[in-house]
Design a protein around this ligand. Structure first.
Ligand SMILES: Nc1ncnc2c1ncn2[C@@H]1O[C@H](COP(=O)(O)OP(=O)(O)OP(=O)(O)O)[C@@H](O)[C@H]1O
Ligand SMILES: [Mg+2]
Length: 341
């Protein structure tokens, strides 16, 4: 444990120093030279997605007729573009990680476009109501493989959510996509807390703790896991970032939150403009910790084996340093009898 401006910093259990063992050319994306290919072979056919930072099209590679996805990046900071490309290059070929095929640029406008293989997929969220216990187990395990692969290489995703996971129910393959918010992890580096989508934001982001690490991805995964086993999507549904913390506190209890803030010496006065009073209030309010079993109802009971609840309770912990890691989660009893179908 170490202190940084009074705030306590704890290193992640695994892979904390991975980037330190690599040359700067590995992680120093700001100085990376990006080689752009010609956009000529690729033709956009129809729009399939529109995000804050990109427009995504289904298209074709006219050289061989294969279906591709073109992610046309909006004009954002060069640094962010380099980061996404560099991370996709580092993770290329990784287990359950979307494969970057090419990076191209319009000759005149210089708009970068990322090319991926088109994956047959069903909206992951629309699948949630029908997922069986064994399906949930299978897809969660596949997601954990992707996360462990990335973490092992010094990278965290920071935006794990159903929309960033594509799943083909026919082949039961899963790919973790959208590495636009991913980062290289360096011990004791302070990170921007404005990452991840609200419902999947870990408590660390909501209390403005900037020394967070890989364990953020496990929180987001846990929030998704809870929504699958309890059939409530999203599981923590806050109306704003402050309310998001309230929704979490109503489940995990306020005592744990107080201990968390105390352990890390987190100063709530940094948290969000004008929200300080509200944040102080939440510490005064008293919500008891809920028993996870109280979320099980008759309909979803078969999905909630005690093993599932045990694993979930190890993911959704306020204290990021206490959360189970993807590597250890894969060894959990819950996956003991993972069947192939
Ligand atoms: N390789 C792919 N195959 C099929 N569909 C894809 C593929 N890549 C992306 N998509 C679809 O396009 C959507 C948007 O892609 P992505 O999440 O990468 O971009 P985005 O959300 O616009 O990015 P940002 O978070 O930067 O705004 C996905 O949610 C998914 O439905
Ligand atoms: Mg996305």
């Amino acid at each position: 444990m170490k202190q940084q401006q009074g705030v306590v910093v704890v290193q992640p259990k695994y892979y904390a120093t991975f980037n330190q063992t690599q040359p700067p050319s590995y992680w120093d994306y700001e100085n990376a030279k990006i080689e752009y290919g010609s956009e000529e072979p690729y033709e956009a056919i129809c729009k399939i997605g529109r995000g804050k930072y990109s427009e995504v099209f289904e298209g074709v590679d006219n050289r061989n007729g294969t279906k591709v996805v073109l992610k046309v990046l909006k004009p954002v900071k060069k640094r962010k573009i380099r980061r996404e490309i560099r991370i996709l290059q580092v993770l290329k070929g990784g287990t359950n990680i979307i494969d970057l095929c090419d990076v191209v640029r319009d000759e005149n406008l210089k708009i970068p476009t990322l090319i991926f293989p088109y994956m047959e997929n069903t909206d992951f969220r629309s699948m949630f109501p029908k997922l069986t216990d064994n399906d949930i187990k299978h897809y969660l395990f596949e997601l954990l493989k992707a996360l462990d692969y990335a973490h092992q290489r010094g990278i965290f995703h920071r935006d794990v959510k159903p929309q960033n996971i594509i799943v083909d129910p026919k082949t039961r393959t899963l790919k973790l996509i959208d590495w636009g918010l991913a980062e290289f992890y360096h011990p004791s580096q302070d990170y921007n807390v404005r990452v991840a989508s609200r419902y999947f934001k870990g408590p660390e982001l909501l209390v403005d703790y900037v020394y967070y690490d890989y364990s953020l991805d496990i929180w987001s995964t846990g929030a998704m896991f809870a929504s699958m086993i309890f059939k409530k999507e999203p599981f923590f549904q806050g109306n704003d970032n402050y309310d998001q913390l309230v929704k979490i506190a109503k489940v995990l209890g306020t005592d744990g939150l107080k201990q968390y803030i105390k352990k890390y010496n987190i100063k709530l006065d940094n948290a969000y403009n004008g929200l300080l009073l509200k944040y102080q209030l939440i510490i005064l309010i008293c919500y008891p910790k809920q028993d996870w079993l109280s979320f099980v109802n008759q309909d979803n009971a078969p999905l909630c084996s005690l093993d599932a609840i045990d694993l979930l309770s190890k993911m959704l912990l306020y204290d990021h340093a206490e959360r189970i890691t993807p590597k250890d989660a894969m060894l959990h009893q819950y996956f003991a009898e993972l069947k192939q179908n």
